[in-house]
Design a protein around this ligand. Structure first.
Ligand SMILES: [Zn+2]
Length: 169
């Protein structure tokens, strides 16, 4: 089922998410909804808080559905290693219409559970390392806008408030 994606300003997006106790049938259903919602958007990643569920789960597919092996589900993810920095333009399904350059690690190793509840480990670089960090931020209640500084951040926040007041957000 495609679920509505919450937007910047919704309190769930700005709250740290809880760990998943066990990968039950309900959690697998939630994961399937997240995947469907991500592809429908379309996006390269989606975290559970973005559809209003404050749990530490995200899905990522940097191929946007072209490569079945690129679809990853991470439950209770934790960084094991992070190296380097990359500066690239980034957007977010919860901040539609806005992009900004965000500093991210060039390489990341993440351990988590998969959709069967088994332990897994992913080593990522480039775009995937960026996606892992972006989605992990969602689980900590942080959006890319929060990573910006000064004028850049103020400009986006002011525009969002204006859209919000006009009922267009
Ligand atoms: Zn996002």
């Amino acid at each position: 089922m495609i679920r509505p994606i919450l937007k910047y300003g919704d309190s769930i997006l700005h709250t740290p998410a809880r760990p998943v106790d066990a990968v039950t049938a309900d959690i697998v259903q939630l994961i399937d909804d997240m995947i469907e919602t991500m592809y429908a958007a379309p996006g390269i990643g989606l975290a559970a808080p973005q559809i209003g569920v404050s749990l530490r789960i995200f899905v990522v597919d940097v191929s946007v559905g072209r490569d079945p092996a690129a679809l990853l589900t991470l439950v209770n993810p934790e960084f094991v290693e992070r190296d380097g920095t990359q500066l690239e333009e980034e957007g977010c399904l919860s901040v539609p219409g806005f992009n900004a350059t965000v500093m991210r690690p060039t390489r990341a190793v993440v351990k988590s559970l998969d959709r069967a509840g088994a332990e897994q480990r992913h080593e990522a670089s480039g775009l995937l390392a960026r996606a892992f960090q972006h989605e992990m931020d969602h689980l900590d209640g942080t959006l890319f806008v929060d990573r910006l500084r000064g004028i850049k951040r103020d400009l986006i926040v002011r525009k969002i408030r204006k859209l919000s007041r006009a009922g267009k957000w």
